[in-house]
Design a protein around this ligand. Sequence first.
Ligand code: EPZ
Length: 422
Amino acid sequence: MDKIVVEGGGRLVGKIPISGAKNAALPLLAAALLPSGASTFKNVPALADVRTMAKLLRMLGWDADSGGKDHTLTIAPPTGKKKPKLEAPYDLVKTMRASVLVLGPLVARYGRARVSMPGGCAIGARPIDQHLKGLEAMGAKVTLAHGYVDVEAKRLKGASIMLDMPTVTGCENIMMAAALAKGRTVIENAAREPEVEELGLVLNKMGAKVKGAGTPIITIEGVDDLQPIEHSIMPDRIEAGTFAVGAAMTKGDVLLEGARPEHMDAIIAKLRTMGAVVTAEAGGLRVKGGDVIPADITTQPHPGFPTDMQAQFMVLACMARGQSVIKEMIFENRFMHVPELGRMGADIVITGRAAAIRGGKPLSGANVMATDLRASASLILAGLVAQGKTEVLRVYHLDRGYESIEKKLKAVGAKIKRAKDA
Ligand code: EPZ
């Protein structure tokens, strides 16, 4: 297994290219199951999760090929005698919850699918009841047995669906199913993330009739078939936010190339509150660090403060002279970075969903363990400012969602390298 070794000290100064968004790429690759021809995506991030999704599509019978080009993937349906398989197996789904995104497209196009229940993951139980509630509302028969969910429907029918919470992938699954259903589907309490909006845009490029993606009410008029498309994936607002925190913490000056400020309002507002100077510039977002000021944060569905940035801002709060309180309202177990930061000298006390951070003391380098994707990013950030050397183990968590993070950080002055863990 790899580890990442960081020497603390120094500022991040320069330009960091932002990759395509993981949480846009995953639903878009699933959406490529819908048309009867081959779709090509550009600006595809080179991430473990994207490779897992491509592997799943191949297991279903599709081709997923880069054509020898970086950051490009063409997804082509099975042709001739090759028939699509309609099952996503446990040993793949257990490695990536987003595999469940193939459910909607397969049922919409082929009338059935069998997907292993994703089960929980490090940050929480992460059920898919809302995904299934939406498909049932559209007339599908849903059966749960032996750890799998079987979904069948001759032809899905449009329905009105009120989501119990604005689930991102739940909303995306229902949108993709509704695109080929008969009649109108209205999703209320829909997720408003930019990645949901991007999916609506791509479905419409395919010939679907989606209105309101990115708002709390999404209306989809079903059509009979969809056309393949070519699309360049939007930049990753969480990767950009992660590096923005790195610049803020190290009193650096970084241009996040390709970042789209309009996707990052809550992140930018909190960076400014905590002392950074953030300006939209031609080609991206510029972040200059200053003295860090404490602040309170509560994670919320978009456009609120994103849960995927909670761990990173906790490290920023460790740099602030004073107390910050961070509340995690989306996932029930997303503070696993706290004990690891504690080993680096952070003073953080958790009470239920709230973490109180008493910042201002320097962190000291240590060997720490990555536990989930964003927690591992926060440990790398902590290593940038800790006194001495920090070794972050189990960086396979990191590689799920960050493309070449050590190369990107090294290019702007970090003393960081990847090494083999004994
Ligand atoms: C998406 O996960 C993202 N993943 C997550 O990013 C992100 O943290 C999350 O949205 C919240 O913004 C992708 O887009 C691939 P949810 P998702 O369904 O869709 C509960 C990262 O680090 N819920 O919005 O799985 C659920 O338990 C990852 O990039 C139900 O109860 O999250 C959670 O508490 C981590 N029933 C809350 O809703 C359901 O049917 C939000 O979950 C669905 C969800």
